[in-house]
Design a protein around this ligand. Structure first.
Ligand code: LIP
Length: 257
């Protein structure tokens, strides 16, 4: 399944990269200006969903574009065919494809492919995390004031929550950045470019692959109450494990409710 997930991500990535490199204006197909959907999200979705249906017709699929296809299986493929659509439409290379496989309640495989960056992350239960076939691990930093944090508000319509979080966390860390692709942000924790990724109201397809990338790279993923990830939990911290509790304490000082 890992090889096939990688193959599908690469196939979809080729199409996305063609669109990204073309000079044509990329239109938002959605009526809501905050809800970006381009023809490339849909094309990429078709490639990935079509591929899963052909090879694993009995598996469930949950994709950002196609919704939930329930086959009553223990296996569910969780797919974001284009994560970071906003970046993509602005010719910013930070966009990716995210494919995860959940078995029962647990994520067992994750692939994040950022074609314009030439980076393919993969993680498998008990097998570690890899960036372009090189084993990667989370950063060893213990000090919050030496930590780089990536963060975003996900699909939170109440922007005040994120603003309060940013105001509380920013003064105690070295740096705080927003990359515009949740899948890439979680992958950055897995490879040690950031000590943590803090996100509010994120959709499961944006970060399901990131959960296993970070865990298999030696990190930790919980919600703001310290509970492990599940499909319905959306206020999340992905970290190197060493600064996790300190950030949780800060968040629970009343930054977010
Ligand atoms: C996007 C995320 C981004 C987040 C947006 C959105 P999409 O995913 O990855 O980081 O801030 O709210 O969810 O919609 O491009 O797949």
């Amino acid at each position: 399944m890992k090889e096939y997930a990688v193959e599908l991500a690469k196939r979809a990535g080729t199409v996305l990269l063609q669109g990204f490199k073309s000079l044509a204006f990329i239109k938002n197909e959605s009526k809501d200006p905050r809800q970006l959907v381009t023809k490339f999200d849909l094309e990429s979705d078709k490639i990935i969903i079509g591929g899963i249906k052909r090879k694993y017709p009995h598996h469930n699929i949950h994709s950002e574009e196609a919704g939930f296809i329930n086959k009553g299986s223990y296996y569910t493929w969780i797919v974001d065919p284009l994560d970071g659509t906003g970046n993509f439409t602005k010719k910013n290379p930070f966009f990716s494809i995210s494919i995860a496989i959940q078995y029962k309640k647990e994520i067992i495989l994750g692939v994040v492919y950022a074609p314009a960056l030439g980076e393919l992350y993969s993680g498998e239960k008990g097998q570690g995390t890899f960036l372009n076939n090189n084993s990667i691990s989370v950063s060893t930093t213990h000090e919050v004031n030496r930590s780089s944090i990536v963060s975003c508000e996900g699909s939170d319509k109440n922007i005040t929550r994120y603003t309060i979080l940013f105001r509380g966390i920013r003064p105690i860390v070295l740096d705080m950045r927003k990359l515009g692709s949740a899948a890439i942000e979680s992958a950055w924790v897995a490879c040690g470019r950031a000590e943590a990724y803090i996100v509010t109201k994120i959709n499961p397809w944006d970060i399901a692959a990131g959960v296993i990338l970070v865990e298999e790279a030696g990190g930790k993923v919980t919600d703001f109450k310290g509970r492990s990830w599940n499909f319905n939990r959306s206020d999340l911290i992905f970290s190197n494990g060493k600064i996790h509790e300190k950030l949780l304490v800060k968040i629970n000082e009343g930054l977010i409710n």
